[in-house]
Design a protein around this ligand. Sequence first.
Ligand code: AMP
Ligand code: MG
Length: 277
Amino acid sequence: MPYAHKVAPGSKVALSKIKPDDNGGMDKEEGLARFAKLNAELDVIQEELYAAGTHSVLLVLQGMDTSGKDGTIRNVLLNLNPQGVRVESFKVPTEEELAHDFLWRVHKVAPRKGEFGVFNRSHYEDVLVVRVHDLAPKEVWQARYEQINQFEALLAATGTIIVKLFLHISKGEQEERLREREQDVTKAWKLSAGDWREREYWDDYQNAYEDALERCSTEAAPWYIVPADRKWFRNLAATEVLVDTLNAYRDGWHATLDEMSKARVAELQEYRAGKPV
Ligand code: AMP
Ligand code: MG
């Protein structure tokens, strides 16, 4: 059984039926050991992605405040080569961004070939916070689901491997994490009254998430729901989705690298042969 739940394209999502505190039937020690193994594999995979340069990866991270988007980036990508990684965090749009279509700021920072791109929040905010707080008329955000699907289809058709993770935490766990930040001076910098304010819209957000997961999980860009109340399990599940998804491309990358190696060696031999001794 995979640790994360893949949203089958076209299927219904009931977040209340998926346990945020799932531990996959193992204890933390075992989870950490499995994570270490998969994480080392991801490291090798990224090197191949980078060297082959035929594809890019786009990891989209969404979830409620405190769900662990930053922690996932820190832990899961820990051993990757920073030269090939690009993290983009999407905040409240600037005036200039708002004067364009909602995908303008997103498309600009989509990963190039060889690159492992991460979106910490994403274009999905435009059907989440925008919907919950009426920041755009209904007909505007309603049209976005299909626009998102078409945008992601374009990226996928041009070599982007898209992995979308929804970090699923419970309301109780969120409260605990918010209180922890308040009590621990070393974590207090993360505090924001806005997080408590947003918490009052919990049910609206869950509904908005369910719609986004249902309407925008496609073959080319599927959504995965990651149980995220336990940080070690979240890291394990997220890494597993990445490794499983990317493994399917490795034979192709190996073939590309083989050809590149042969061409380089031949080039060098030709150079030496042409040189007066
Ligand atoms: P944080 O992730 O804590 O740095 O917060 C970023 C904030 O920006 C969150 O409250 C998001 O909801 C908000 N945000 C991101 N994208 C958008 C958007 N397209 N429209 C409105 N707010 C957004
Ligand atoms: Mg926040």
